[in-house]
Structure formats: C-alpha cells, structure tokens
Design a protein around this ligand. Sequence first.
Ligand code: CTP
Length: 231
Amino acid sequence: MSQPLRNRLVVTSGATREWIDPVRFISNPSTGAMGWAIATAGLRRFEEVVYIPGHCSPGFGNLDGALNHPVTSTEEMLEAVLRSTIEGSVLVMAAAPADYTPVHTTEHKIKKDPIRNLVIELRPTPDILMAVAERGIPDCTRVGFAAETDNLIANAAAKLQKKDLDYICANRVFRETQGFAVDSGTLIVLDRNGNQTTLGPESKIALGEELIGFLVRSLSPTPSRIPAAPL
Ligand code: CTP
C-alpha cells in the first residue's frame, strides 16, 4: 500500500546576499544544488512543496511543480519561511543564509580610497530556524544543516540543541570532494535522541531522494499493533 502524502514541505536553498552598496555584497559559495535536490524529491512525497531559493547557480533557482518564493537577503528569507511554514509542515533549511549584514547599505557606490582602510560595521542577521522554533507551530518538523570544517558531529549536535531541531544534517565543507560547489557528498543525520544515520557518499540528487525517504519514513505514524485474535 502506498504511503499517504504529507501536507507541506518547505525547502530553502542557496545563499542570501547582504548588500554593502549597489555593487558589493556579503555572501557565500552555496550553489543551491542540495536544497533543489531535496525539494525535487519532495514533489513526489508531499501534497505541496514550497521552494525558497536565495541566490543559486543556474538551474537551481526555480523548481517546476513547487510554489517558488525567491529571496535576496536573510531577512527576506525569514519572512518567506514564516509565511510558508504552517501546521503540519516539514521545514528543511538547506540554505546558507548570510550571518551578518551591513548596518548601513549605501545608495551610491563606495569609491575606492587607496590610502585608508574601509571599515564596514556589520550586525547579525536573524536566525531563521530559531525564529520558527519560537513560533511553536503545531506538528512542524524542523530540519537544519550543519556545514562544518571541524568537529563535525559535536558541532552539529550542539546546533541541533541550540536551534531546537528535530533533525540536523551534518556535512563537511571545504574538503576536496565535499561541501559547497561540489555535486556529491555525505550527510550524517542526527536526531534529538543522538541517533546517527549516514546517507551517501553519493550525488546531491541521490542525497535529496534519500533524505526525503528518511524523513517520510521517520515521520510516518507507527502502524498500531494488530489486536490478537480471540482464543
Ligand atoms: N540558519 C538559519 N538562520 C541563519 C543562519 C543559518 O536558520 N541566520 C540555518 C541554516 O540554514 C542551517 C543551520 O541554521 O540549516 C545551521 O547553519 P550554519 O551556517 O551551519 O550555522 P550558524 O547557525 O550560522 O552558526 P555558525 O556559522 O557559527 O557555525
């Protein structure tokens, strides 16, 4: 018997951009490939998929069959996520939102001064996963990513706890074959009870399929025991 579809999957992907002036921004090398793969796999397992891309590489900034809400900044991504994440949603934050934004964005291009250093004051952006957790949305499953260079499992476990997540997908970045801007990798999914499930190594498309399969299986209600036949 095929499994019933879950209500709604909300997936963020890519990098947000925080503009310093009209020609410069703060961002990171996230391509959006992982989030796009997860959202694509979700189309077959969820009634609705909401795709919230930041800046993505060509091909990953839009998903046919999903409700697309493209955004630029972390603040805009926060608003789109809060609007889209309703009761019964599974939220997968695969995006790499910029953690800092300039206190002032200038309207005109900052001209280069060859003598003096340029000092830009930055303030932290809001944490999207923490803001969703604070909302207390009923039956909402929150899945984060932890892109780490060191102490992968310990850092991911600390993030899961700090952001009050149901699952966190730990992945190593800046190694030759894994992380940003490469098309394959390994995800170690941690849950609240300390269980670890390794997905891959495989392509990001295959990882997306596996992660969605894992989540759908984990979230399905356990079939109730069949009562024993009367003697
Ligand atoms: N995230 C978020 N809001 C932010 C920054 C990150 O919701 N403003 C999410 C990411 O999408 C990811 C998880 O939080 O699912 C962890 O992101 P990561 O960049 O690894 O961690 P940070 O919380 O930014 O901490 P640090 O950069 O210090 O490791």
